[in-house]
Design a protein around this ligand. Structure first.
Ligand code: F6P
Length: 547
């Protein structure tokens, strides 16, 4: 952050937004739409394959003008340029933030520490493609000469959520005679359930870990090796059944995986921004190199849009600014992600890490405690399932929950009227949330007076609607990049480091201290607080009853 930028709440645009908020906070979306018959087309953008409707937000043109002013005063343009040019904007880890280089074309040059990183990216992509083709075509055989039929990705956080979300999202494009599974949790159940019906002779594990030291992943990887060797006996089998994806060649070699079977990436790729790096190896195995490259083209299209489109027409910038508007002025605590596509069932979970590990920060880049809210809580489920569970609270609860509705005009699985029913529900929900139902409207339906209050929908619940033609690899790339850059925009406004994750450290350290205390037969001296000490004792005494 440039030293010339004032603390956020002292910026003139912030103060103007506070005053503006007081003026419009009680205006109803019904009023906004009544005042401007063009609103439903005015607040829309059609670009990079998306139709983005943000008209059902509690905003006026003045709100947008002020939010754009806030972006300018926050130095968003400079931050974007700094990221794209490889500056070390992750200051607490002294690292560049270059997931955009993962999808850069071969002839582009992005310099980090004096070297162009783009040729290295393409070298790895080419190796991944050769490997994926060999496995998919049956050329790469297991130790006993059998074809590989099952791929299991072992990883956690960014080394799991991206791969599993993408596999589910693009399952339609996947090689259907192969099985893809994902093991992340250190809970042995995850391993057992993922492997119980598989033949080790036909199974290939991808151990995916940026650091190759993560406790959960290394525990699962060791168990996978035992499981494989139980059937295959000889140690040489590991070379045919294990590959690694990591930045840490030394640890990969120590684990016993041949470096020739390692696919690398770099410290300038954050875990939660790595699904299009070698971490996407399982994705490439599932959908093939060509579809993977289409996905990268989608990412690249959104990167270019983010880098070059004027902020007033820039999808990630507008989405990010709207999120700031609700988080900081309306004090909303959460954002609901509601994809109307079954293939996107893991998308909200993926966005949880992307958004919350990035922007869950309580100090600014220069280490000062913020005096405003930062990252909201992301959550959600695919429509229409959510409608029959938590939408009640969004419609009639006391909290303001901005929602992103994501839908597609065409489906990969046309089946009678299913898709029209699905999309009718999406449109209906945004309409109901915005406009609600007044007491008079409820009464006009001959409702008993004592029920009127219960059946009123206040409305005025804000939504974005993101429509695309079809969920393809390219669309998915664009969609993920849209959220990556929206998260970036928010972090830039909040003046925080969106690319570190110190908040995950303390729990990891304490777990390593507690682990030996759980194993000791005699009572160890427990020096935790009285609650933790008692929980440990309780666990140990009941653990003895395990049959
Ligand atoms: O614990 C958080 C974290 O560091 C994430 O940021 C990361 O995606 C995940 O752990 C997995 O890390 P690794 O890829 O190094 O195993």
């Amino acid at each position: 952050m440039s030293a010339t930028i004032l603390p956020l709440t002292q910026l003139p645009a912030w103060q103007a937004l506070e005053a503006h908020y007081q003026k419009i906070k009680n205006v109803h979306l019904r009023q906004f739409f009544a005042d401007d018959p063009q609103r439903g087309t005015r607040f829309t953008i059609e670009d990079v394959g998306f139709y983005f409707d943000y008209s059902k937000n509690r905003i006026t043109e003045e709100t947008i003008r002020l939010l754009l002013g806030l972006a300018d005063e926050s130095g968003l343009r400079e931050r974007i340029d700094a990221m794209f040019s490889g500056k070390k904007i992750n200051t607490t880890e002294n690292r560049a933030v270059l997931h955009v280089a993962l999808r850069a074309p071969r002839d582009q040059s992005i310099i980090v520490d004096g070297a162009n990183v783009v040729p290295r990216v393409h070298e790895v992509l080419d190796r991944m493609a050769t490997f994926a083709d060999r496995v998919r075509s049956g050329q790469w055989l297991g130790h006993t000469g059998k074809r590989i039929r099952n791929i299991i990705n072992i990883g956690i956080g960014g080394s799991d959520l991206g791969p599993v979300m993408t596999y589910e999202a693009l399952r339609h494009y996947s090689q259907r005679d192969m099985t893809f599974r994902f093991i992340s949790n250190v809970d042995g159940t995850d391993f057992v359930e993922a492997t119980h019906d598989l033949n080790a002779e036909e199974t290939l594990f991808i151990v995916a870990s940026k650091t190759f030291t993560t406790l959960e992943t290394m525990t699962n990887a060791r168990t996978a090796r035992q499981w494989t060797l139980q059937t295959l006996g000889e140690e040489q089998a590991v070379a045919r059944h294990f590959v690694a994806v990591s930045t840490n060649g030394e640890e990969v070699a120590k684990f016993g995986i041949d470096i020739a079977n390692m696919f690398g990436f770099w410290d300038w790729v954050g875990g939660r921004y790595s699904m299009d790096s070698a971490i996407g190896l399982s994705t490439m195995l599932a959908i093939g190199p060509e579809n993977f490259r289409s996905m990268l083209a989608g990412f690249r299209g959104m990167d270019e849009h983010f880098r070059t489109a004027p902020f007033a027409r820039n999808l990630p910038v507008l989405m990010g600014l709207l999120s700031v508007w609700y988080s900081n002025f309306f004090e909303s605590q959460t954002v609901a992600i509601l994809p109307y596509d079954q293939y996107l069932k893991r998308f909200p979970a993926y966005l949880q890490q992307l958004a919350m590990e990035s922007n869950g920060k309580h100090v600014t880049l220069d280490g000062k405690r913020v005096d405003y809210q930062t990252g909201p809580i992301f959550w959600g489920e695919p429509g229409t399932n959510g409608q029959h569970s938590f939408y009640q609270l969004i419609h009639q609860g006391t909290r303001l929950i901005p929602c992103d509705f994501i839908g597609f005009c065409q489906t990969a699985n046309p089946l009678g009227s299913h898709h029209d029913i699905l999309m009718a529900n999406l449109f209906a929900q945004t309409e109901a949330l915005a406009f609600g139902k007044t007491a008079d409207e409820v009464r006009s339906e001959a409702t008993l007076e004592k029920l009127v209050a219960h059946r009123v929908f206040e409305g005025n619940r804000p939504t974005n609607t993101i429509l695309a033609e079809q969920l393809t690899p390219e669309t998915l790339g664009r969609l993920v990049a849209l959220y990556e850059h929206s998260v970036f925009t928010q972090g830039a406004i909040w003046q925080i480091d969106s690319f570190d994750q110190w908040g995950v450290e303390l729990g990891k350290v304490l777990a390593m201290k507690i682990l030996p205390e759980l194993n000791q037969v005699e009572e160890p001296e427990l020096l935790h607080d009285s609650s933790t000490n008692t929980l440990i004792r309780h666990y140990k005494s009941f653990k003895l009853h395990q049959t």
